[in-house]
Design a protein around this ligand. Sequence first.
Ligand code: PHE
Length: 363
Amino acid sequence: MTAGKSRPRLSITIMVEDFFISYIGNTMLNKIGKIKQSAINDIQTIRSLSDLDNYRIKYLARKGLVADLFDELRNVSAEERPHIGKIANELRNQVQSLFDEKKQNLESNVKHEQKRLDLTLPGRLSWVGTQHPLTQTLDEIKRIFFRMGFGIATGPEIEDDYHNFEALNFPPDHPARDMQDTFFISDKVLLRTHTSPVQIRIMENQPPPVRVIIPGRVYRNEAVSARSYCLFHQVEGLYIDEGVTFSELKGTLVAFAKEFYGSDIKYRFRPSYFPFTEPSAEMDITCFLCKGKGCRMCKQTGWLEILGCGMVDPNVYKFVGYDPEKYSGYAFGMGIERITLLRYSIDDIRILFENDVRFLKQF
Ligand code: PHE
């Protein structure tokens, strides 16, 4: 039907849904509906502020579709104008708020974009973690003994009196037990004071030959200070076979010390006492800070004690059922904290347990 344009003033009434409206009024309503639909469709395709400006020109500008509509409103009869005018107003508000909302979105995206791409900001350092100095020391000790053919073993930190003392030849109520201030959990259960009880557990479970190192935590009820802490780490060594001699013990430990501390160190073995070794010794090396001249670290002696050792006492073999006539062997034990403190010239053992990243990231 072409009548709309050529005869705009023709007043016919048609029924739309349940009310009557003039032909012109109906045309206006259709137009409003179309503009509304296209405004909604268009807004979804807009990706930039310049797209949005075109949108504004198309719909909201002085010569835009919405303004046209209000011009045409003049053609609508006086009775219908308030009703259609109201619908036209609603359209204008809707298009305006579609526009406003889009504008806000795009502008905040732009802000984000600018933030994301601020090339003047300093780069963020990615921080790679470091190994704890105790772990580093332990790893190096392990590496050296693995190369010499030692295996590795571990045992429980909660021990019984039998493994920690009795089977290691500490007689009941013998003052030797006082050498190690023990944390007791109950009468016969305790936190192990050294890694030596694992020697017993291994020998209980396998026949000779035995050649292992045993790293682990140990606990002692001592006053906490810069020099001692209630827990620390040891590495135990145990080698048992037919015909093992004291010179093998020395050879192995000297090879270890030269590898670990440097081939130019001097060393000495001093006689000592442990209930589970006979003979027993402690090994010293020349102080690597003053090279033996005497300093604060070695308490002016020129020597640093690095471990305890000895030939496994035949009494121990009786507890584990090894034949002392057939087998012999040696054991040694060293403290990891002590070695680590000396090595890195750290003057307070407590700092190794505080997990302060300012300290740890130096390693
Ligand atoms: N267990 C002893 C200590 O803690 C060290 C040691 C181990 C000595 C093995 C001799 C043999 O002091």
